[in-house]
Structures are given as structure tokens and as C-alpha cells.
Design a protein around this ligand. Sequence first.
Ligand SMILES: Cc1cc2nc3c(=O)[nH]c(=O)nc-3n(C[C@H](O)[C@H](O)[C@H](O)COP(=O)(O)OP(=O)(O)OC[C@H]3O[C@@H](n4cnc5c(N)ncnc54)[C@H](O)[C@@H]3O)c2cc1C
Length: 319
Amino acid sequence: MASQHIEPRPVESTPKTLQPYPNKISSDALDDWHLIPQKPNWAEKFHQYWQPGEKGAHKTLNTFLEKKIDAYATHRDFPHEDKVSRLSPYLQMGEISPHYVWHKAKHTTEPSKHLDKFLSELGWREFSYYILYHFPKMCDTNFNAKFNAFPWQKNAKHLKAWQKGKTGYPIVDAGMRQLWETGWMHNRVRLIVGSFLTKHLGIDWKEGAAWFRDTLVDADVANNTASWQWVAGSGVDAAPYFRIFNPILQSQKFDKNGHFIRKWVPELKDLPDKYIHAPWEAPKEQLDKANVVIGTTYPTPTVDQKEARDQALAAFYKL
Ligand SMILES: Cc1cc2nc3c(=O)[nH]c(=O)nc-3n(C[C@H](O)[C@H](O)[C@H](O)COP(=O)(O)OP(=O)(O)OC[C@H]3O[C@@H](n4cnc5c(N)ncnc54)[C@H](O)[C@@H]3O)c2cc1C
């Protein structure tokens, strides 16, 4: 693995002084730009989840290195467990340098598979930047031109249901609601919701990337584009199109006891673990006991996952 052979450059030292620009600059008052959203005010809860700035970035990194990194490789895929760094918005905004994060992690942590995995994720970030630099058109065109002929569905109702976390697939809805509430989504769930949008709903990855750009606090043109194209199958070194995530099996595997679903889709919280991943399969008495009425208190599944999968594969093989 390259990260074991190549070290990123050392961190630049802090300048002793910074000279301010000597002349007067005419400028608008920031408040006149009305940047704080009003209808809806999606930034209302921002400070509940994030402390922007360099101080918040260092605090987040230190908490990760002190309390979480020693379980990173084995627990990073479980969205209910708080074992990832949540450094992405700070890295994206330039509030902390990836070189600094790399060196601090490497030189303050015992060597382990957890450290290696974390450093390799920083490497994926570099890879995204590398491909964007060399293929700048990737932001809005398929890297693999074969996908230009893909018959994407234009279904506004399905797209809205996905954006609002009302697809009827609990793990997808939980992720999309986590995104809306906090501006961030766990990586495993980003993979699941991305696969669901492009493969099960058959909607162009560019719609998903645009929604993520609007709603993520870590929205990053390189990582977002590379990841969406990877999920859709159209990117560099992409996941093969025929490897379609089954949202129910993914949910059973990575949120076995439904903790993540119960947190973000509370209308399902009283369902037993066995039925929480696919509530429409629950017997009526279980639904009654949990006060769930499919189609009323929780949406009917937007698509039949097996049928949708077969359609996606058929469209792909025609390319
Ligand atoms: C569809 C989709 C869209 C995504 N959009 C973005 C985006 O807009 N901005 C963004 O920063 N990441 C994006 N990612 C990558 C990844 O999900 C996030 O970087 C990660 O979840 C951020 O959480 P963290 O900081 O706790 O990550 P950690 O697991 O703690 O990783 C540390 C850092 O490594 C980098 N990293 C981790 N995973 C990846 C990855 N798969 N690809 C590239 N870099 C990675 C990030 O900078 C991250 O902050 C996307 C992934 C998918 C599947």
C-alpha cells in the first residue's frame, strides 16, 4: 500500500507574523448578503453538531486519536457506533491540513491496522483530488463514457422521497434524515443511499451529487464526485455496476439491532429487530403493537427492491 512507502510532506511551520493588506478595501457588510437561510432555516441546529474553525478541528482530531482510533478498522462501518473521526468538514474547509492530520496520527498512535486504515482513508481523499485534477470534467460528466447512454429515470416523486428520507426503506431513510438534520452522513450509509438512488430508483448520480452538495457540511467537489461515480459504476476504478447493494441485507449487517434506524426513523422504534429492516414484511399484529401502519405512519416501499435490481441490471447489460 502506497501510504506505507510514501510520507506526505511535513507540515509547514506557522508564520510568525501575517502582515495585513495595507490599503483600505471597499466591501459589503456580510449581513447584507443574507446568507443565513430562513425558509427553511436548515442551519438552525448547526451549532448543536459542529464547532467550526481551527479550534473545533483540533478538538475533533484529538478526540478521535484519544478515544476512537483504536477501534477504527473494525468498527468504522457501523453507523450507530461513533468510531469515525468526523474530520471531513474541517478538511474540506481547510480548517485543518491533511498533512497535519496524517503526521499527528502517525506519530502519536501505536502502529496498528486501525492506524493504517485511517491513513489509507486520507489517501483516498488524495486520490479523489488527483483524479479531479487530471479529469476536471468528472464533476458533471461520466468518467466512463459508456454511461452517457444509460437510460436514467426522471422521476421527481422518487427523487423527492429519497431526499426527504421517505423511500420506505428504513436504512436509506435513516441516512437521508441524518444528513438533513446534521449536514453529515456516515460513510457506509452514503454508500447504501447512493446505490439505492442510482440502482434501485435508476436516477442519475448527478442528482444525488447535487443534493449532497446542497446539504453536506463536508460537500467536497473531489470526494463527492469521485464517490458518486464510484457508487454509480461510471467512475475511475468504480464498483462494478452489477454489484448492487441490497438495502435490507446491508441494514441487517451494519445496523443489526436497528439502533441507527430507531434514532433517525422514530416511527419504527417499537418494531422488533427482526422486522425493522423491512417493516412491510412484519405480521399485522407486530405492526399493530408497534403502532406502525405501512402507507400511513411509514411509507410503502417506493420500489420492489428485487424488481428494481433486475431492471437496473437489464439496462446495464444493454449498454
Ligand atoms: C456517495 C458519497 C458521497 C461522498 N461525498 C463526500 C463529500 O462530499 N465530502 C467528503 O469529504 N467525503 C465524501 N464522501 C466520502 C466519505 O463518506 C466521507 O469522507 C466520510 O464519511 C467523512 O467522515 P469522517 O470524516 O468521519 O471519515 P473518516 O472515516 O474518519 O476518514 C477520515 C478522512 O478521510 C477521508 N475519507 C474517508 N473516506 C473517504 C472516501 N471514501 N473517499 C475519499 N475520502 C475519504 C475524508 O477526508 C475523511 O474526513 C462521500 C462518500 C460517498 C459514498
